[in-house]
Design a protein around this ligand. Structure first.
Ligand code: G6Q
Length: 543
């Protein structure tokens, strides 16, 4: 598909945007709002229970028109259809990209290599549901007959960040007499602290690894097995205390887990797009199959919106285009994610992987160097905590940092005036960023002359505000899919493969070589630069 699309810099809309940006740079949002009384209600869009206010961005109608044209000239609609119809758009791995099939209703049919994958998806979902119900009700017993009280998910990257985020986000709906723990780091402290105080007889390990070869996960899984055996002393206990989530049945069996206790998925599900596959088993055990299915419905609703809504009203498209706008025309390096919802505390970390692993690419699909900056750095913390730390730089620093504020009309934990205060902060921050405070306004407050420059806020700093009714499983699904498809939109503009991760693969092999050298008793056969060689030598001497 990429052959038929002109290089980014020669797409007409790109050229148009390059000229156009010169007219936007000097404009102040304050003036844009003054001259257009409808702006705050007009530059909004709504879908799947999510209301997006994108009026506080450095854009005019002309900008948006050009960005939408750019999307069309970049083949967004064709690429989107290629994804939804199972074409192998992850070209460097020759794979389809079908996380959308994970939440497709049973009535749909999506084919990969001529085979409908939807029935398989539902087969696994049903198996997960049966298992989750048994664990939740206590029907699934540990080896010594006790019910499971602790669920430990062992996984890393895509096999960890989604499950942790979803568990935290949906804790309100979780079975509270169970304990959910997540182990990812190969640092032994992670495992040691996770199982501290747990009884092995009441603990179920979910070993979540697409490949079932990842060093960190396999190391933690073996330590978990040793830990469980220390108290249960019988290999037969493994069948009751370990299940696997993987695409690699052979490696699962080799580890000693009965493949009856394996929940499968497929090579067309990327790790960072897998939290709604069997990788979400911990989520399903926590919140129950019904809530999990509601979450899938939320994902699916956003998939339908993304696939069918005209680009100018399409939430993920708008958000993706705005990210391209700031990244490539305003030299923005980062994008802040600021959820004003404590349950979303791991959402920024989850999005870091989703966005940066997807769009941290330096060549286009045909292997040529990209002509512009690609994926920005995503980061953030829940409000209002961030306000007392890094917001200073967003307000008065020298960098442009587009922000996504996320808030809810209703809290799941009503407590006095807390929620009104929380939401007052969302609106106040977005307002202050956009409109700032002039020297005149500061002076009028009686601020001494010498302090005036310090108290001036330039304003003109862009943000989106996303509002929703309440954090439900369904809403969470839609919110995640919103960002998934925004990332997709960005990737199509840049012409990159948003679905491979060769940088991650590199990390998986590099350490293995050095590990051998560290553990060897022989004199180090040092083939490294002098710095690395010295560091390895120091470690060997002092460990
Ligand atoms: C995600 C990446 C990566 C992956 C982990 C874990 O898109 O590929 O984060 O999820 O490296 O891999 P396994 O699930 O195979 O253990």
């Amino acid at each position: 598909m990429s052959e038929t699309i002109a290089a980014l810099s020669s797409r007409a809309a790109w050229e148009g945007l390059q000229k156009h940006v010169a007219t936007i740079r000097p404009q102040q949002m304050k003036e844009m709002f003054k001259s257009d009384p409808e702006r705050g209600t007009r530059l909004t869009a709504e879908a799947c229970g999510l209301f997006l206010d994108y009026s506080k961005n450095r854009v005019t109608d002309e900008t948006l028109k050009l960005l939408v044209e750019l999307a069309k000239q970049s083949g967004l609609e064709q690429h989107r259809e290629a994804m939804f119809t199972g074409q192998k758009i992850n070209t460097t791995e020759n794979r389809a990209v079908l996380h959308v099939a994970l939440r497709a209703p049973q009535s749909e049919s999506i084919k990969v290599d001529g085979e409908d994958v939807v029935p398989e998806v539902h087969k696994v979902l049903d198996k997960m549901a049966k298992f989750a119900d048994r664990v939740r009700s206590g029907a699934w017993k540990g080896y010594t007959g006790k019910r499971i009280r602790n669920v430990v998910n062992i996984g890393i990257g895509g096999s960890d960040l989604g499950p942790v985020m979803a568990y935290e986000a949906l804790k309100h709906y979780a079975q509270r007499d169970m304990n959910f723990v997540f182990v990812s780091n190969v640092d032994g402290t992670d495992f040691a602290e996770a199982v501290r105080g747990l009884s092995a007889e009441e603990t179920l390990f979910l070993v979540a690894s697409k490949t079932f070869t990842t060093l960190e996960t396999m190391t933690n899984a073996h330590s978990a097995r040793d830990w469980a055996m220390t108290s249960m002393r019988d290999e037969r206990a493994i069948a009751k205390h370990f299940v696997a989530i993987s695409t690699n049945a052979e490696a699962v069996a080799k580890f000693g887990i009965d493949t009856e206790n394996m929940f499968g998925f497929w090579d067309w599900v990327g790790g960072r797009y897998s939290m709604d596959s069997a990788i979400g088993l911990s989520t399903m055990i926590a919140i129950g199959p019904e809530n999990f299915r509601a979450m899938l419905d939320g994902f699916h609703a956003m998939d339908v919106h993304f696939r069918t809504t005209p680009l100018e009203k399409n939430l993920p498209v708008l958000m993706g285009l705005l990210t391209v706008w700031y990244t490539d025309f305003f030299d923005a390096q980062t994008q802040a994610i600021l959820p004003y919802e404590q349950y979303l505390k791991r959402f920024p970390a989850y999005l870091q992987q989703l966005t940066m692993e997807s769009n941290g690419k330096h060549v286009t699909l045909d292997g040529k160097p990209v002509e512009t900056q690609t994926g920005p750095i995503y980061w953030g913390e829940p409000g209002t905590n961030g306000q007392h730390s890094f917001y200073q730089l967003i307000h008065q620093g020298t960098r442009l940092i587009p922000c996504d504020f996320i808030g809810f009309y209703k809290t799941l934990n009503p407590l006095g005036r807390h929620h009104d205060m929380l939401m007052a902060n969302v609106f106040a921050q977005a307002e202050a960023l956009a409109f700032g405070k002039t020297a005149e306004e500061v002076k009028a407050e009686g601020v001494p002359e010498a302090l005036v420059p310090h108290k001036v806020f330039e304003g003109n700093r862009p943000s989106n505000t996303i509002l929703a009714e309440e954090l439900t499983p369904k809403l969470l699904g839609s919110l995640i899919a919103l960002y998934e498809h925004s990332v997709f939109t960005q990737g199509v503009m840049w012409g990159i493969d948003s679905f491979d991760q060769w940088g991650v693969e590199l990390g998986k092999v590099l350490a293995t070589k050095i590990l051998g050298e560290i553990e060897s008793k022989d004199e180090p056969q040092v083939m490294h630069d002098t710095s690395t060689a010295n560091l390895i030598r120091m470690y060997r001497e002092h460990k």
